[in-house]
Structure formats: structure tokens, C-alpha cells
Design a protein around this ligand. Structure first.
Ligand SMILES: Cc1cc2nc3c(=O)[nH]c(=O)nc-3n(C[C@H](O)[C@H](O)[C@H](O)COP(=O)(O)OP(=O)(O)OC[C@H]3O[C@@H](n4cnc5c(N)ncnc54)[C@H](O)[C@@H]3O)c2cc1C
Length: 520
């Protein structure tokens, strides 16, 4: 099947849906796809802490300084300035005024700004401790009102470029440009040849490459791998942010214990009961994420324990009762048999956020013509070597708007004639059925390799070992991919091995410990 639209947006999180809203309102014909069966299965939906927003009296300079400090001055200064100048006000204009999103209010009916680690002011808007699902729902409702077509169960496989795919040999000699994307319909197995004048990758992060992660299983970094194969520049891939506090529980996986708990007074103790953060930083429990994650990792090693404890019960002094302020965390822990108002929470660090990605400029343009990347899959350079808490939702929002403006103001169509030379997806002559057990074994191997050798603390020897192991898995996975009946799982596995290799190569080439890339 062949389809043609103005703009194809891949991803239904904050970045993808915001871009769709702006583009649709600008009169362009957009289609949004997600590989999941539900629109809301995104990292956005799981965000807890909140989103940086404009607050009376907060100074732009202070926000810039906080971002630069967290990012170890490795940040793109232009991106930081733009973010601090335009971002916080956009939350009020877009979410509060336009989408009518409800955020938590104080008892006086004012917006309740909370504090997060490494912020010099309380400038984070939230909805209790489940901000993400409230933002996701607002975006979905607004997009539905605009009748934006959203295709669920549609997995993007590969970008179509003139150089790679055209049967017209003259295209090989032209500048490389993206002309669309091959997209699998997960339910029918058909591959759609989707032509689009512009493609926006808004495919989110890749936490699932690691054994412990706060990300949903869908976070496999597909967009980065697709862009890499198409020849786009990728940068800062060594910078994986590990969240210090994910719940350590036999049954409840991937559950984040928000940093706001430490913002509201919670303190870390090791398995002997000792409060240990003063051994690692003068900022103690409010030190930046990488410092806290490494401290926990070290302390676990010292005490031989698989977790440490986060104590909010003894310290919470907020206006709103603990059960209400952290309702989701309270409820989830209670379901796992733990009352956080009475007992400390067992936690481990976990892969949380990807600071690197597809290199883009201040309008979300990648190094390839017609290809934009926004949100977590992109690297604007805003976060530098480490991300300031609660800045990524806003980065996704702002760059979605900037990309949409750039597209609508400079919109140019690709000459229709050229699409005729793009063939449909080629299937293997003989299809091999796959064994789910082998697939899950390959996943585990990648996740363990990344956790042990390219995780919180890296060594040259470990990275060398990771390269060798990934190389071995790559051969097997690529040859299997060529003959297997295509489905979402196989597409994700192939992307995962590509991304793992990109990360390990980047880490190997940066011998300097900085931010969330720590080499011993
Ligand atoms: C537990 C948790 C808590 C967080 N808390 C905060 C917070 O408090 N504040 C903050 O600022 N940030 C927070 N973050 C980070 C933030 O949520 C993410 O960085 C942000 O939501 C990413 O948005 P996105 O639009 O780029 O991607 P996502 O929201 O992840 O959306 C990605 C979309 O792409 C789709 N997709 C991926 N690959 C394909 C493919 N091949 N084909 C089709 N579709 C595809 C997915 O299905 C999904 O729809 C948190 C993250 C997690 C996991």
C-alpha cells in the first residue's frame, strides 16, 4: 500500500502530539503513528515529577545556570538560552490557556510549584505525582478535537531516502533527503510505503536497553537507529542518565520513585540504616542525579546489598498529606505491601533518560533534508552531559512548536514524480518463523551487557568487552532479521542492537568522565 501526506509524525508522546497540533492548526495534512496498541503508551505518560514553568520572580539567568551546572557546561549555550527564554512561558500559554490542563493548586487556589533536585527555585508545575498522564490526556483530547489521524499498531521500520531507495540512479548523485518511511501495520503484517514531504521522529528514549530502567518496554530508541541507518548525525550518545531511585520490588518493575520525594525532604539510608549522602556531596540528598546514582551504586557495593532505602516517612513536612501529594507512589507501593508513610522504600538506580540522540538545530532540523527530530530521541544539546530534572517534557514541548513553525513557514513539497521510483518494501523469498524464546534471550543479553559494561560506572576493559559481545549478537540478529517474518518485536530488537553499539562506541571514544558518563 502507498500513501502520501504532508507530514508524517512518528510518536504520540508530548513531542509528537504537540507538533501534530501546531501543524494541523497551520493547515497541513498530518498523520501520527505509534507502534503501540494504545496512544498513551509513552514515556510522557509515566512522567511523575512535573514540568518547568514560568513563575513570578524566577529569573531566566537562574534557570540557565541550573541547566548548565547539571549539564557540566557541556551544553549547547544557544539551546539553553532559547529554552530559558521561551520554554517556561509556553507551558502557561499552551497547557493552561490553550489545552486547559489542570495542575495541582495550593490551598489558596494558586499554582503549586514544587522543588526538584538541583533547581535553585521551586519552578516545577505538577499534578500530584502523576503529571505525565494528565499532560498526555490533555494532548490526546485536544488532538481528537482537531481530528488528527493517529494510527495505533503502526511501527516505523526505516526512513525512505532518495540515495538508498530510489530506482532512479540520478537520485544517488543528489543531496540525500528523506522522502517518507516504511511502516508496518502490526495487525495485518502489511508494510505501507508512506510518502511525506517532511518526517518528524518523536520516538522517545531507549531505557529498555538496560537491565534496570524506569522506561516502558516500548522505549527501544527506534528513531535513533532509523536515523543512523539513513545517515543522520548522532551526538552525545554516551550520556545516559540513571535515575537514582526506582522501586526495588520482586513484582513491580519499571516504577520510578520521583525525585520530588527528596525535594520534599526524603533521605537515603543504606541497608545498615546509615544516612550516607553527606559522604558524597555537600548538597547531600539534593545533589544532581548522576552524583546520587553513583553514590547509591557505590554504597550498594560497600554494603553488599542489592538496594538502598529512601525514607520519606520520617521527614515529610509538606502542606498536603503525604498520601495525597504522592498518591501514585503511595498507592503503587501499598499494592506491593509497603506503606510509605510508615516505612522506608527499597530503591535501585535505573536507566532513565537519554541525553544524546539525533543531532538537531534550534528548529529541530536533523542533518538530513526533510527529517526533523524532537523530544527525547533528539539531541538539541540542551542537557549537555546531564539533564536537569523536569526539563525534558518542556524540551519536547518547545522543540515540537519550533519544528512545526519551521515546517509550516518554509513548507515545500517533494516533486510527486520522484516517488514513482521508490519501490515498495521487499520481503525475503523464504520467511523464517521466529522463536520468542530466542528473541527474549537476545534482549536479556543486550540489557545485561549494557548494565554491566556501559552503565553507571564504566571502565575501558568493560567497554571493550561490551563491543565484542555486541558485535557477536549483531551478526546473529542481523542475519535473522533478513529472513524473519517481520513484526514489531524483531524491528525493536534490531534497533536495540544498533543503539547499544552506538552508545558503547561513543562511550569508548570519550575517555573523560563528565556528567552521566563516568569512566573509572
Ligand atoms: C518514569 C518516568 C518519569 C519521568 N518524569 C519526568 C518528569 O517529571 N519531568 C520531565 O520533564 N521528564 C520526565 N521524564 C522524561 C520524559 O517523560 C520523557 O523524556 C518525555 O516524555 C519524552 O517524550 P517524547 O514525546 O520524546 O517520547 P515518548 O513520550 O516516549 O513517546 C514516544 C512515542 O514514539 C512511539 N514510537 C517509538 N518507536 C516507534 C516506532 N518504531 N514506530 C512507531 N512509533 C514509535 C511510541 O510508541 C510513543 O508513542 C520521565 C520519564 C519516565 C520514564
Amino acid at each position: 500500500m502507498r500513501k502520501k501526506i504532508d507530514v508524517l509524525i512518528i510518536g504520540t508522546g508530548i513531542a509528537g502530539l504537540t507538533a501534530a497540533i501546531y501543524l494541523k492548526e497551520a493547515g497541513l495534512d498530518v498523520v501520527v503513528t505509534t507502534k503501540e496498541s494504545s496512544i498513551e503508551e509513552t514515556n510522557t505518560n509515566y512522567a511523575q515529577g512535573g514540568i518547568i514553568a514560568w513563575k513570578e520572580g524566577d529569573k531566566r539567568d537562574n534557570l540557565e545556570q541550573d541547566i548548565l551546572k547539571a549539564g557540566c557546561n557541556y551544553n549547547n549555550l544557544e539551546a539553553v538560552k532559547l529554552f530559558a527564554m521561551e520554554g517556561p512561558q509556553l507551558v502557561l500559554d499552551f497547557f493552561i490557556d490553550k489545552l486547559k490542563t489542570q495542575f495541582t493548586q495550593t490551598s489558596e487556589g494558586k499554582l503549586d510549584y514544587t522543588e526538584e533536585a538541583a533547581h535553585s527555585d521551586r519552578r516545577v508545575l505538577h499534578f500530584a505525582d502523576h503529571t505525565g498522564d494528565v499532560l498526555q490526556k490533555s494532548l490526546q483530547d485536544y488532538a481528537a478535537g482537531l481530528q488528527i489521524p493517529i494510527l495505533t499498531n503502526h511501527t516505523a521500520i526505516d526512513l525512505i531516502t532518495n540515495n538508498h531507495h530510489s530506482d532512479d540512479c540520478q537520485e544517488f548523485y543528489k543531496q540525500r533527503e528523506v522522502m517518507g518511511c516504511y511502516v508496518l501495520d502490526n495487525l495485518t503484517g502489511d508494510v505501507i510505503t508512506f510518502f511525506a514531504d517532511k518526517v518528524i521522529l518523536a520516538t522517545g528514549g531507549l531505557g529498555n536497553l538496560y537491565q534496570h530502567t524506569t522506561n516502558p518496554a516500548s522505549a527501544t530508541g527506534d528513531g535513533m537507529s532509523m536515523a543512523y541507518r539513513a545517515g543522520a548525525d548522532i551526538i552525545n550518545a554516551e550520556f545516559i542518565q540513571f535515575h537514582p531511585t526506582a522501586l526495588y520490588h520482586r513484582e513491580i518493575k519499571r516504577f520510578l520513585i520521583s525525585e520530588s520525594l527528596r525535594g520534599e525532604g526524603a533521605k537515603l539510608r543504606d541497608s545498615t540504616g546509615r544516612y550516607f549522602m553527606e559522604d558524597y556531596s555537600p548538597m547531600k540528598d539534593l545533589a544532581p542525579r548522576d552524583v546520587v546514582a553513583r553514590a547509591i551504586y557505590n554504597q550498594m557495593g560497600k554494603t553488599g546489598s542489592e538496594y538502598v532505602l529512601l525514607d520519606i516517612a520520617s521527614f515529610y513536612k509538606g502542606e498536603i498529606p503525604l498520601k495525597k501529594r504522592f498518591s501514585k507512589i503511595y498507592q503503587t507501593c501499598l499494592e506491593g505491601g509497603l506503606d510509605i508513610t510508615k516505612k522506608p522504600i527499597p530503591i535501585v538506580p535505573a536507566a532513565h533518560y537519554f541525553c544524546g540522540g539525533i543531532k538537531v538545530d534550534l528548529a529541530g532540523r536533523s542533518s538530513l533534508k526533510n527529517l526533523y527530530a524532537i523530544g527525547e530521541v533528539s539531541c538539541t544539546g540542551l542537557h549537555g552531559a546531564n539533564r536537569l530534572a523536569s526539563s525534558s517534557l518542556l524540551e519536547g514541548l518547545l522543540w515540537a512548536k519550533l519544528a512545526a513553525e519551521d515546517i509550516s513557514q518554509n513548507f515545500e513539497k517533494i516533486e510527486q514524480q520522484r516517488n514513482k521510483f521508490i519501490p515498495d518494501w521487499k520481503r525475503p523469498n523464504e520467511v523464517e518463523e521466529f522463536d520468542p524464546l530466542l528473541l527474549s534471550q537476545d534482549w536479556k543479553a543486550i540489557q545485561l551487557t549494557m548494565w554491566n559494561y556501559a552503565g553507571i560506572i564504566r571502565t575501558n576493559k568493560g567497554l571493550e568487552r561490551a563491543r565484542a559481545d555486541l558485535n557477536y549478537y549483531s551478526h546473529r540478529i542481523f542475519s535473522f532479521y533478513k529472513t524473519a517474518r517481520l513484526n514489531k518485536d524483531i524491528i525493536e530488537l534490531r534497533n536495540a542492537i544498533v543503539n547499544a553499539t552506538i552508545i558503547v562506541n561513543a562511550a569508548t571514544h570519550n575517555s573523560q568522565s563528565i556528567g552521566c558518563h563516568f569512566v573509572k
